[in-house]
Design a binder for this molecule. Structure first.
Ligand code: FAD
Length: 405
């Protein structure tokens, strides 16, 4: 075996995870990760930070500390891939060739798609748990609110962790309920889509909580503009009528989740499926046109829920398949579409939605009824998983990470 060059685009959850899993299997690989950021984040805990239930500093570590030793770190961004000549090109003009390429660049939060939003984020009661520097502002707003109007928005899917917009709502409402001020607060959940959750089995328990918190659910409401100074959120109403209408809702607190898209270089390099996401086989995660390219995590065009839970299983599949190719075998490891969304319906309780392709339920603990709120699932979300992330997943521990055949 000659030394194989593996280039990984992105040092986020799936990038570092896949490197750790490859190194367990292939000792003779020369691995480079291209990642511009100094910091690495555990994003799932930002929901808890916004509810005052987690320390933000525990969600961040220095990138240099999470990149496994012996792996080269090129601190730069990929702007183009040449899949035929097998090299990547960076913003600073470097070209790096590869034998195998793993696209693990996550997705782009499109704050810019909502007019007036960027200049008012973090001010005027406008916040989002989708940013490290804003999750604590969510908690400040929640803590200080005694009455008024709160709006939680959800854009058109796909987004990462599709449950996160409503998780922010539940934890806020639960706090207000415990403080005895919920009755003074008018809560609106405004979604671009037409269902509170994509997997039907989980809709009834979530609807019960929305009722319990007296939250008004507004479907087909797509946030298009925010007037921070006047505290107004403007939604485009998706209706069958020819004339499209807009509605302005006043707020004291607005939690925004922005539209999300794939990084542009994927489509510009011809790697996308037309929607912009990386066009890989949904089982092997190998690119449909170039056998030397794989993708993992949020950037994939695969129809799974874009979650860290999905990435945790995908990294094992990609590592196994690349190891097989290096050994001259076909890539036979299959990903079952597993994704998970721990819905923090109240402090201390989680509805742990776990499902695969075609909304098939894939519970890790089949004896428990996953559609019911559970204290054990809260413990998993708030205590176990954050610890397991840093000490386990990023170091190649693959406990329960094999896809079911
Ligand atoms: P990321 O972890 O975002 O990493 C992508 C990396 O690629 C970044 O470091 C970025 O800098 C880098 N990059 C981007 N472009 C380039 C480029 N051109 N060149 C080089 N590098 C590049 N998941 C769950 O499973 N459960 C949850 O409860 C949950 N809750 C969430 C709550 C919130 C508020 C958020 C924001 C996310 C949540 N998620 C949850 C989703 C989870 O965090 C993501 O699915 C996961 O981080 C995806 O990993 P990734 O590596 O694909 O992307």
């Amino acid at each position: 075996n000659t030394l194989k060059k593996v280039v990984v685009i992105g040092g986020g959850s799936s990038g570092i995870g896949v490197i750790a899993s490859i190194r367990k299997r292939v000792k003779e690989a020369d691995i480079t990760v291209v990642e511009p950021n100094d910091c690495h984040y555990y994003q799932p805990a930002w929901t808890l930070v916004g509810g005052g239930l987690f320390d933000i500093s525990k969600t961040q570590r220095a990138m240099r500390d999470v990149i496994p030793s012996g792996v080269s770190w090129l601190q730069d961004s990929v702007v183009r891939v040449d899949p035929d000549e097998k090299y990547i090109e960076t913003r600073q003009g470097k070209r790096v060739s590869y034998d195998f390429l793993i696209v693990a660049c996550g997705l782009v939060l499109r704050w810019d798609k909502i007019e007036g939003l960027e200049e008012t984020l973090g001010l005027n009661g406008v916040t989002s748990n989708y940013r490290f520097d804003l999750a604590e502002y969510t908690w400040k707003l929640v803590r200080e609110m005694q009455g008024g109007k709160a709006i939680f928005s959800q854009p058109t899917l796909p987004i990462k962790c599709a449950g996160a917009p409503q998780k922010a709502l539940y934890l806020s409402c639960d706090h207000w309920r415990r403080q005895g001020v919920l009755n003074n607060i008018n809560v609106n959940f405004c979604l671009a889509g037409t269902a509170v959750f994509g997997v039907p089995q989980f809709v009834p328990p979530l609807t019960d909580y929305l009722k319990k918190y007296r939250a008004q659910v507004n479907f087909r409401h797509n946030l298009v503009r925010v007037d921070g100074k006047r505290r107004q959120a403007i939604f485009a109403l998706d209706s069958d009528e020819e004339e499209k209408r807009e509605i302005a809702l006043p707020f004291d607190m607005l939690h925004v989740v922005p539209p999300q898209s794939a990084p542009a270089f994927i489509a510009q390099s011809g790697l996308s499926d037309g929607s912009g996401w990386c066009d890989v086989d949904k089982f092997t995660l190998q690119h449909k046109r170039w056998q030397t390219i794989f993708a993992v995590g949020d950037c994939c065009a695969t129809p799974n829920a874009k979650t860290l839970a999905a990435a945790r299983k995908q990294v094992v599949v990609v590592a196994e398949n690349i190891a097989a190719l290096i050994n001259g075998a076909p890539p036979t490891a299959h990903y079952d579409g597993y994704g998970s969304c721990p819905l923090t319906v109240e402090k201390g309780k989680v509805v742990l939605a776990e499902f695969g392709y075609d909304s098939k339920l894939l519970p890790t603990f089949p004896l428990l009824d996953n559609t019911q709120p559970s204290r054990m699932a809260w413990w998993l979300k708030a205590w176990f998983l954050p610890r397991f992330y840093w000490a386990g997943m990023l170091r190649g521990v693959e406990w329960l990470a094999k896809s079911k055949p």
